[in-house]
Design a protein around this ligand. Sequence first.
Ligand SMILES: CC(C)(COP(=O)(O)OP(=O)(O)OC[C@H]1O[C@@H](n2cnc3c(N)ncnc32)[C@H](O)[C@@H]1OP(=O)(O)O)[C@@H](O)C(=O)NCCC(=O)NCCS
Length: 151
Amino acid sequence: MRAPLTVDEVAAELTYPLRQAVLRPDGGDVVWAGDEHPATVHLAARTGDRIVGVVRFSPAACPWRSAEHPWQLRGMATDPEVRGSGAGRALVVAGLEAVAARGGDLLWCDARVAAVGFYERMGFTVVTGEFDKPGIGPHRGMLVGITSRSS
Ligand SMILES: CC(C)(COP(=O)(O)OP(=O)(O)OC[C@H]1O[C@@H](n2cnc3c(N)ncnc32)[C@H](O)[C@@H]1OP(=O)(O)O)[C@@H](O)C(=O)NCCC(=O)NCCS
C-alpha cells in the first residue's frame, strides 16, 4: 500500500532533482533566479520519504493583468509514476493557501500547452495565445484570482 501523500514547505535544493528529471531532462539549468529569495515558497509532495512532486511560488508582477500582490507559479512537476493520483492538485491547493496567507491576490504561470488542462482543473484561466519558450516549447499564459482570508 502506498504511503499517504503529504505536502510541506522545503528548501529549494530539495526540488532540484525532480525539476531536472521532469522539466529539464536535457540538462538545462534548474537553479533559477529567486529560488533563494526569502519570500519564495518551495513545496514538495511526498509519499513516505520520497518526493513525488515539487513547485515554487514567488511574488512577481503578472505580465497580463494588474494586481496589488501578484505571485507566480513555476517549476511544477510530478513524478511520472504518481501522475493522476492527486499530487499535482495537492501542491497547487497548498500553494494557493500559502499565497493567500501571505496576502497574494493573483497567481499566474506560463503553462506548457500539455499542462493547460491541469491548470484549468485547478481553476486557472487561459489569458494568452501560444508563445514559445526557447528549448522548452509552446506555452500559454494562465492565471487565477485569490480571495484573501479575512481572519
Ligand atoms: C501537469 C502535472 C504537474 C500534473 O500533475 P498530476 O500529479 O498528474 O496532477 P493530479 O493527479 O493532481 O491531477 C489533478 C487533475 O488534473 C487532471 N490532469 C492532470 N494532468 C492533466 C493534463 N495534462 N491535462 C488535463 N488534465 C490533467 C487530472 O486528471 C485531475 O483531474 P480531476 O480533477 O478529475 O481529479 C504533471 O503531469 C507533470 O509534471 N507534467 C510534466 C511537467 C509539466 O508539464 N509541468 C507543468 C509545467 S507548466
